[in-house]
Design a protein around this ligand. Structure first.
Ligand SMILES: C=C(O[C@@H]1C=C(C(=O)O)C=C[C@H]1O)C(=O)O
Length: 200
């Protein structure tokens, strides 16, 4: 079992505390749907579903979804791909106590983006974003390793990953989405500044 200091990250209410470079900070603080912004900054966007089944949630997640300790939840893992390059690893958990009427579209999402169901449903309320720097040894990075292969060990800088998470509520249900941003996201078309994106 990893030491507690490695199993958990410090989730902060403001991105300044995680020390992300400006370009990564801009992606971390995307105000609306990440899916919509990735679509706007690539020629082809795809949600690659890795796994959707029950699993024990991460130590970092239990408290955020109202559980006293890590317990079995509904878990969804995806890679968001732009022009076939993985740019975000998505990890979503829903407590087993949720009813089908809380998240009616969740179980049958397949390779449709969860974001499209969250941002177009007036019954869904979105909590505040939280931000973290994930250090080698964090379980989310182990998941990323499992999918993308080992880190480039001779360049530790590449082992620094930044993530954000957000709690969504609908009826009596909660759903926590955590997004780990991969370095390839910085190669997308220069992200528009929020001012530009808000002036549509
Ligand atoms: C919350 C969103 O949904 C995205 C889609 C996900 C999925 O399909 O599992 C997971 C992470 C998100 O980046 C979004 O687009 O903002």
């Amino acid at each position: 079992m990893r030491p507690a200091s490695l199993r958990r990250a410090r989730w902060l209410a403001h991105p300044d505390g995680v020390g992300a470079p400006a370009a990564m900070r801009d992606w971390l603080t995307t105000p609306g749907s990440l899916t919509a912004r990735l679509i706007a900054h690539s020629g082809h966007f795809r949600v690659q579903k890795l796994r959707q089944a029950s699993n024990v949630c991460l130590a970092d997640e239990a408290g955020a979804i109202g559980l006293a300790r890590p317990q079995r939840v509904w878990e969804r893992e995806v890679l968001l791909r732009c022009d076939d390059r993985p740019v975000v690893y998505g990890h979503t958990v829903v407590p087993m106590s949720a009813s089908a009427s809380d998240w009616p579209l969740f179980s049958a999402l397949g390779e449709r983006s969860l974001g499209t169901t969250l941002f177009h449903d007036p019954k869904v309320t979105r909590g505040e974003l939280e931000f973290a720097r994930l250090r080698p040894g964090h379980p989310l990075l182990a998941r990323v390793h499992d999918v993308l292969g080992p880190f480039d060990a001779d360049s530790p800088a590449k082992e620094t990953y930044f993530a954000r998470r957000c709690l969504y509520r609908r009826r009596q249900g909660v759903l926590l989405v955590t997004e780990v941003f991969l370095s390839a996201v910085l190669d997308l078309a220069a992200p528009a500044t929020h001012m530009n994106t808000n002036t549509k």
